[in-house]
Design a protein around this ligand. Structure first.
Ligand SMILES: Nc1ncnc2c1ncn2[C@@H]1O[C@H](COP(=O)(O)OP(=O)(O)O)[C@@H](O)[C@H]1O
Ligand code: SF4
Ligand SMILES: [Mg+2]
Length: 334
């Protein structure tokens, strides 16, 4: 192993991760395919891709919360040097909730409807920080205040159904950051909310990241939402990373036709009166594995080679990688 110091330390390192689901009919869905990602301490990395591209499977593997039908078939996941895939139950419990906080898409299914929101925060801090009941309650009031819930000392005793969708998501964030974790994984944290509230909740998450020096892995199907927030973006398609670069390059000089198609489909990039561009066709069938580019049937740049050889994930510039046979050419278009 190299003893060379790294330019910026990776907090989370995913190497060659593959995840499969049993589809119940004797076949397996290869949801994550040989994914490698480095998440650096303090950054916000966004993983973006259409629905079904394997984003949630990737996120859930990190915290070992895959549903029963799913399993990691290969790869390694290291968090601050420790291997999460081989960690025993006790060390996993001490990482999850304490050092890694998770915010899911739907707070209604992840919050307990029978516990007041205060208890849902104090449970975590009593367990992980060893706070007394009283200390935990005071801390929970502070957390609710911090995430923008007014009259926190009153609302702490209320139940999830007494909060609006946006406020429930703020409560989820309060729980996720209550132990000041090193890493927050937010999987489509705002998808169920209207766009103004979406922006507010993401600004909150970003503000907390800066305030606590946290690292954020933000997962979204919406490129527009991560624009201006994420430091780096990884674009996923059919279980693979198709492009990875800093945000500026992704938005202004993408080297991948799939990313470019996603960019064209952004309402922000559609002129007034013009019809919104939709990527034609359907995402690939994840039950099959092909020696080709998975995007070929939908790609306007595709040529013969795209249907016969899988493109490599290669660098087009410093820290900018693309999976496309014509990456250099696409990149040079500016
Ligand atoms: N519990 C499950 N059982 C079977 N297949 C699943 C399960 N969860 C996800 N999948 C499949 O894995 C693929 C990736 O899903 P997912 O990771 O949820 O994608 P995303 O989060 O990008 O929308 C999809 O094809 C989906 O059908
Ligand atoms: S390899 Fe071919 S099909 Fe795949 S993204 Fe590039 S041009 Fe399109
Ligand atoms: Mg998902």
């Amino acid at each position: 192993m190299s003893s060379q110091p790294k330019a910026q330390t990776s907090l989370l390192s995913i190497e060659g991760l593959s995840v499969e689901f049993a589809d119940g009919k004797g076949r397996s869905v290869k949801a994550v395919r040989d994914v490698s990602l480095e998440v650096k301490a303090g950054e916000m990395l966004a993983v973006v891709g259409e629905s079904g591209s394997g984003k949630t499977a990737l996120a859930m593997s990190i915290v070992r919360l895959l549903p029963n039908a799913g399993r990691v078939t290969s790869g390694a996941i290291r968090f601050d040097g420790a291997d999460l895939l081989t960690a025993d139950a006790a060390s996993l419990r001490s990482v999850r909730g304490k050092r890694i906080g998770v915010v899911f898409q739907d707070p209604m299914s992840s919050l307990n409807p029978y516990l007041n929101v205060g208890r849902q925060i104090t449970e975590v801090t009593e367990l992980h920080l060893g706070l007394s009941r009283r200390e935990a309650r005071e801390h929970a009031i502070e957390m609710l205040d911090l995430v923008g819930i007014s009259e926190p000392s009153k609302r702490i005793d209320q139940y999830p159904h007494e909060f609006s969708g946006g406020m429930r998501q703020r409560v989820m964030i309060a729980i996720a950051v209550s132990c000041k974790p090193d890493l927050v994984i937010a999987d489509e944290p705002t998808t169920a909310l209207d766009s103004t509230i979406q922006a507010q909740v993401l600004d909150l998450l970003d503000g907390l990241r800066k305030r606590f020096g946290m690292t954020v892995l933000l997962i979204s199907h919406d490129l527009a939402l991560v624009s201006g927030r994420a430091d780096r973006v990884a674009v996923m398609y059919g279980g693979r990373i198709f492009e990875e670069a800093n945000s500026r390059e992704i938005f202004s000089r993408s080297a991948n036709p799939y990313t470019r198609a996603l960019l064209s489909a952004m309402p922000e990039n559609t002129a007034a009166g013009e019809e919104l561009f939709q990527i034609p066709g359907m995402p690939p069938d994840l039950r099959v594995e092909i020696e080709a580019c998975e995007f070929a049937p939908r790609c306007e740049r595709a040529e013969g080679v795209c249907g016969t050889a899988r493109p490599p994930f290669a660098a087009v510039a410093d820290q900018h990688f693309s999976r496309c046979h014509f990456a250099e050419d696409v990149y040079s278009r500016g």
